[in-house]
Design a protein around this ligand. Structure first.
Ligand SMILES: C[S@@+](CC[C@H](N)C(=O)[O-])C[C@H]1O[C@@H](n2cnc3c(N)ncnc32)[C@H](O)[C@@H]1O
Length: 215
């Protein structure tokens, strides 16, 4: 999805986004954030933070920097009740406006299936996090079951162009985590790779815990 289309889509979705996620893609965020083992005083990147569904799960004493392209998603995120210290920034995940080695950890929910260049986005997350940093990802993804992939191929054009619900959530229904994680040659160590397989082609997902293995 082109950047302008992503902004327009998620600006439109912002007010309804949490209800849509609750209904179709609900998942508890606490285990994802807990997997980062954050310590007081650490700074974590939430990429892209959206309406801030991860935010209540961050512990007190941690500084969270939530980036997103959509001002309206960020406006919703500002309404969340949070214990951590939060800063918001409009920034493109594929071209992050932060120095190298800036963050102790990073989290990303349902986002790499939205950006046009997920390898580039993960490269940027690796650049701005410190060597050894943990990176927790939860996302929609292409199934490992070829029968389910046929359905995902069928919905792929509609998911990326029309969205579901129409004009609200748009994503790549064939988001390939095998390519992103195992074939991209990025400097990552995979600590956890959990797949959520489903006969429903909308509901296939994955959860990763990665370690930034750059020198
Ligand atoms: C499906 S939402 C996920 C929001 C949130 N992370 C969550 O877990 O609910 C995708 C988000 O990615 C943002 N986005 C899409 N492309 C982006 C990019 N290139 N850079 C930064 N944010 C982007 C959208 O504005 C939207 O808020």
């Amino acid at each position: 999805m082109q950047i302008n289309q992503a902004i327009a889509t998620y600006d439109r979705a912002a007010v309804d986004y949490d209800a849509i996620m609750r209904r179709y893609w609900h998942i508890e965020r606490e285990p994802l954030i807990a997997s980062l083992q954050l310590q007081p005083g650490q700074t974590v990147l939430d990429a892209a933070v959206g309406t801030g569904l991860n935010l209540p799960a961050y512990p007190q004493g941690v500084h969270v920097v939530g980036v997103d392209l959509s001002h309206k998603m960020l406006d919703e995120a500002r309404k969340k009740n949070v214990s951590a210290d939060i800063t918001f920034k409009v920034s493109d995940l594929c071209n992050l406006d932060f120095p190298d080695n800036n963050f102790d950890a990073a989290a990303s929910g349902f986002t790499l299936c939205v950006v046009d260049y997920p390898v580039r986005a993960l490269e940027e997350i690796l650049r701005v996090t410190k060597p050894g940093a943990l990176i927790a990802i939860i996302d929609y993804c292409k199934s490992r079951d070829p029968e389910i992939v046929k359905w995902q191929e069928l919905i792929s054009d509609a998911a990326s162009q029309l969205g579901f619900p129409t004009d609200k959530i748009k994503w790549n229904a064939l988001m390939d985590y095998e390519e992103l994680i195992y074939n991209s040659k990025l400097t990552i160590e995979v600590l956890i790779d959990n797949r959520i397989e489903s006969p429903n082609p909308f509901s296939c997902g994955c959860q990763f815990l990665l370690k930034n293995s750059k020198a």
